[in-house]
Design a protein around this ligand. Structure first.
Ligand SMILES: Cc1cc2nc3c(=O)[nH]c(=O)nc-3n(C[C@H](O)[C@H](O)[C@H](O)COP(=O)(O)OP(=O)(O)OC[C@H]3O[C@@H](n4cnc5c(N)ncnc54)[C@H](O)[C@@H]3O)c2cc1C
Ligand SMILES: *[C@@H]1O[C@H](CO)[C@@H](O)[C@H](O)[C@H]1NC(C)=O
Ligand SMILES: *[C@@H]1O[C@H](CO)[C@@H](O)[C@H](O)[C@H]1NC(C)=O
Ligand SMILES: *[C@@H]1O[C@H](CO)[C@@H](O)[C@H](O)[C@H]1NC(C)=O
Length: 442
């Protein structure tokens, strides 16, 4: 930590997603940084369409098993409800269903709530109840999918709308220099183990006292995160629906099946979206070692592969089939062959071994701070995460996150990671292998 963070003359933030943009906002709002020059660089023009923070919707669901996240999420949710992009937040509820072993989670969660007794919870103990509350066209098999509850206190946000809202807030300060360029490498000085900015792909440099790496799932291309963060690709499928169909579903809860990790957020802007909160695809990629002085030294890490990398990208058939089967099981009329998904997308999680964020100084390089590791649950914190990141920059990491957000002591092989316990669906898929098995046709 620089002893004089309070006199920082310049900060460079790499990445304009939820973590980076909210940090820029926090810097603008804090009088202590009145004289600090702030630069945000992103490889895409804003909003970054293949970034994790830009999409039609994200669940705002503050019920965490870990109390610190539950507390922070509830502060964030109060902001969504009141003064943070409230027009982009919709409190239509979240319906959790399960089948088989995951039913235990549903039961435990419920027991939890019934003890507190403050949430607006509706227990759903038959398939008919689930269908009624979620407005499903089809009543599921009572044998499976008959347990659930809806939490009317949860909601979802239009993620792109909220990011655009936040960018406007930041612009009002007229303080941040936004640069559209790809960072090729951090500016290392290996004699003093210092990072003093970044080199862009055109060879030019952006120099700063403090560099904050918030490049989401791409962070692993700029520092060695093996055994610390891994990027996993998740599937998303969209199709147009009629205004009547949209109106019928718009105020229904999000339905999440904990057994196969598939979920449907209420349709918006004429489209219905199905996605999977799963273990995801790995995309092992061999790149020059980002921290090596030897250009021939290589490492292999999972990195994002998106519609920006490949405009013709269609997701593997396996993922499309899973999304379609889920839709067919709840709204068969939307899943008929004449109404295929018109857009599919891979969105990349930055997973850590246990789902904790990574918000910390780099242990080796002075002047380098890391803010990533969203692990598929970071978006809901958009109203508050920048303030938290700034507290950590100032060496005031909240006590309850000190252990969770720090740079881990050891690098643990990714096959040995416990995970955050919330994922379902297939395990251990490799993107290229799934592509080879057959590409989904749009
Ligand atoms: C499909 C999906 C569903 C999700 N659902 C939820 C949910 O329901 N609820 C929830 O709370 N969270 C959810 N999340 C997680 C949440 O969206 C992420 O944790 C959060 O958006 C991460 O933000 P970020 O700023 O770390 O990454 P990003 O938003 O990806 O930002 C990183 C930015 O860095 C830029 N960048 C990368 N490399 C470079 C480079 N070399 N040079 C310059 N710029 C670079 C990228 O262009 C990008 O804009 C979901 C994520 C995904 C993918
Ligand atoms: C900013 O710069 C002005 C002019 O040099 C100085 O008076 C002021 O104390 C500085 N503010 C902070 C917060 O450092
Ligand atoms: C219900 O939602 C509220 C607010 O979103 C949350 O605080 C609570 O933990 C949730 N409870 C359950 C059991 O889902
Ligand atoms: C949830 O997933 C399980 C396992 O794939 C499946 O058997 C069940 O029918 C699904 N329920 C719903 C609501 O889709």
């Amino acid at each position: 930590m620089p002893s004089s963070y309070d006199t920082l003359s310049s900060v460079l933030i790499i990445g304009s997603g939820a973590f980076g943009l909210s940090t820029a906002w926090a810097l603008c709002r804090n009088p202590q940084y009145k004289n600090t020059s702030i630069t945000v660089v992103d490889r895409n023009s804003f909003p970054s369409t293949d970034g994790s923070s830009v999409d039609s919707s994200r669940i705002i669901r503050p019920d965490y098993a870990a109390a610190p996240y539950a507390r922070l999420a509830s502060v964030a949710q109060n902001r969504w409800r009141t003064d943070f992009a409230p027009e982009h937040y919709h409190e239509t509820g979240l319906c959790l269903t399960a089948c088989g072993p995951e039913q235990k989670y549903v039961g435990d969660s419920l027991a939890n709530v019934q003890n507190i007794g403050t949430d607006k919870i509706e227990v759903l103990d038959s398939a008919k109840d689930i269908a009624r509350v979620c407005g499903l066209e089809r009543t599921l098999d009572d044998a499976c999918g008959s347990t659930g509850y809806v939490n009317w206190s949860s909601g979802w946000a239009d993620a792109e709308g909220a990011m655009v809202w936040l960018r406007k807030e930041v612009n009002k300060f007229n303080r941040v220099n936004f640069v559209v360029a790809s960072v090729k490498r951090l500016l290392f000085d290996f004699d003093s183990n210092t990072v003093s900015g970044a080199t862009l792909s055109d060879g030019s440099e952006l120099r700063a006292d403090l560099t904050i790496l918030a490049a989401g799932a791409w962070s692993a291309s700029l520092i060695d995160l093996r055994g610390i963060c891994k990027s996993t690709g998740q599937v998303l499928c969209y199709k147009p629906i009629s205004a009547d169909e949209e109106a019928a579903l718009a105020n229904r809860p999000t339905i999440l099946n904990l057994s196969n990790a598939l979920f449907m957020i209420p349709p918006s802007r004429g489209k219905v979206k199905i996605a999977r909160h799963g273990h995801g695809y790995l995309n092992p990629t061999t790149i020059p070692h980002p921290e090596s002085q030897d250009p021939n030294e290589k490492i292999t890490v999972s990195l994002p592969y998106t519609h920006v990398t490949d405009p013709n990208l269609v997701i593997p058939a396996e993922g499309r089939r899973a999304c379609n089967d889920f839709l067919a099981s709840i709204h068969p009329s939307l899943a008929v062959p004449s109404r295929p998904f018109t857009t599919t997308r891979l969105c990349w999680y930055t997973d850590t071994r246990d789902g904790d964020f990574l918000i910390t100084y780099h242990p080796k390089y002075k002047g380098l701070f890391i803010a990533t590791g969203g692990s598929g649950h970071g978006f809901k914190f958009l109203p508050v995460i920048g303030d938290s990141i700034l507290e950590c920059v100032e060496g005031r990491t909240p006590e309850e996150f000190k252990e969770r957000w720090r740079w881990p002591e050891d690098r643990v092989p990714e096959e040995e990671w416990a995970g955050d316990g919330s994922r379902g669906g297939p395990v251990g898929m490799v993107l290229e292998e799934e592509f080879r098995k057959g590409e989904a046709k749009l």
